[in-house]
Structures are given as C-alpha cells and as structure tokens.
Write a protein that binds this ligand. Sequence first.
Ligand SMILES: [Zn+2]
Length: 321
Amino acid sequence: MPFAGVSLHFPYKVWPATARALQLSHRPRARDLTNWMATIVRGVNHTLISRARGEGDMLWNEIASDEVGRMPREKTVVLFPIGSLEIHGIHLPLGTDGLVIEKVAQLAAEKEPPSLVLPTLDYAYANENAHFPGGISLSAKTLISVVEEVCDEVSRNGFRKIILLNGHGGNNHILRAIQRDLLRKTRNYITYLYLEPWSPIEDDIKELAKGATIEHACEIETSIALYLIGHLVKLNKVKSEAKTGAPGFPDYVKTTVSWQRYCIEGYLGDPRRATIDKGKQLSDKWVGEVASLIKAVRDDQVSLQVLDDYYRRSNWQSREE
Ligand SMILES: [Zn+2]
C-alpha cells in the first residue's frame, strides 16, 4: 500500500492507487487519510491488547486454519460456551448469559493451555421469558441438534474432549438431555457438562448475599456483569427491589407457568446491592474453578475408555442406523 501522505504531493500518479488501496470511489481527501491511519492504530492496539491477554491463541474463530491444525489433539480441551437471549431486568443486556460465560471461558482457557474456545452459542433455550421484548429462543429439538452437530464438527477436527460451559440456568435440562442423547450413537468424543452456571461458586455467593434473594439478574448476576461486562450495565435504571409472585405450588411441582408467576418483572432480588468488588471476587473464583476443570478434563484418562467400552457393548450405532 502506498504511503498515504505521499499521494498528496503526487496527485495525478498516486491518487488513483491510493484511492484503490483505501477502497474509495473518490479522490482521497485529508479526512480519508486520517481515518485510514486511525484504523491502522486501532488494529495495532487491538492486536497488542489481545496478544498481551493471550486471547488470540485460543479463540476458534480468531485463529487460522493451520493454527487449529497444529493444536495437539490429545492435550487440547475445547470449551463450548452456551448462553441465552432473554430479559435480564432493564439494567442488563439480553445476552448477559453468553457475554459473561464467554469471558469466563476465555479467562479460564488462558490459564490452562492448550485450550480452544468455540464461538458462544447465544441462541439457546429461553421460552419462559418470551413475553418480554427481545428474547430469542430455539426449540428444544433444534437446540439439541445444534449442540450435537457443533460437537460432531469439533470431533471431526480431531478433538476428543469438549466442555459444555453453560451460562443460562434455563438450558440445564436440555443440556443434560443432550448429553444422554449423545450416547445413542457411537461418537469419538466425550462431553463434560458444567450444568449449573454458578455451582462452583455457590458457597461464596451465599456468603456475599447475606440471605438476600439470589436468582435471575439479581445482585449477584449484576455484580458479576459489572466486573466482566461493566460497559453494558445500566444500574441506575433500577428503582426498586423486584416484586415477585407466588408460583402457587411447592418447588417440586412445576406448572407450565411457574416461572412466569414468580418472576413477574424479568429480574429478581435487588440489583442495586451489586458492586464491582463482589463481581471481581466471584468472577476470579469462577474462572479459577473452570481452569481447574480444564486441567482435570485434560488429565482424565478414564472417562473416554469407559465411553468407548460403553459404545462397544451397547451396540447403539447399529440400532440407530
Ligand atoms: Zn442470566
């Protein structure tokens, strides 16, 4: 690419080439050149920041084909973050679950190379909140197919250990069903499901919350969001603690609308109690726990053998085909 500044001194010969290089349909003006310089500086900055954080090494969609090709197949653990698109009060973004679990996955993967993080699946299962604007949910059937097919594709690339890193409580039951369904056909890989997003930090949450309601878009989720995706949190929009309704039946009986009767405002608890410090404490612990899981998965010599033996003895494949 010609040096942009020079074109101003040699307009008739260099301008057409400069215009082509800058993808302009007109003769370059000073503003075009400063925009171009700004783009270069932003790109360099981004690259330096990404490199410093090590992200570029393990995001499946940010590395090139040959780089995936060189990842050691036996040692690399693949993380598949799964979120949702649904109301999180009026103070958190619709994609909170995916945005948060993606950060957790990336930070944990950095601590435990070689790992690869797949692009986050935001289209998941959140039918229960479809009566609020902005929600998008797949059907259970479609979600099952999407997760199965993505895992099959990861396996086709030669990786055998996949962590399904769930960021949305509403996905729990489907993901468990998916895991069981995966048994119905012989596959060359195993999944490890982090079922309840907050299970590894439950004790810390209880301690910090001091008895307050801990659930959807509450003080705790908002604290974590403040720390990990703070630029998207609009806490000043929350004017009061959430009003809740009675589901009408004990917890062990679910009706079609248990959730809708209980969570009437699209959030629970009092997000105004959220702080960035609580968010940091919980996020650091969470990332540490996921990093430990990656290590445990990498070191797991038994599960794949048991799975291979299961497929051999259960004879699923011939029954499915
Ligand atoms: Zn959430």
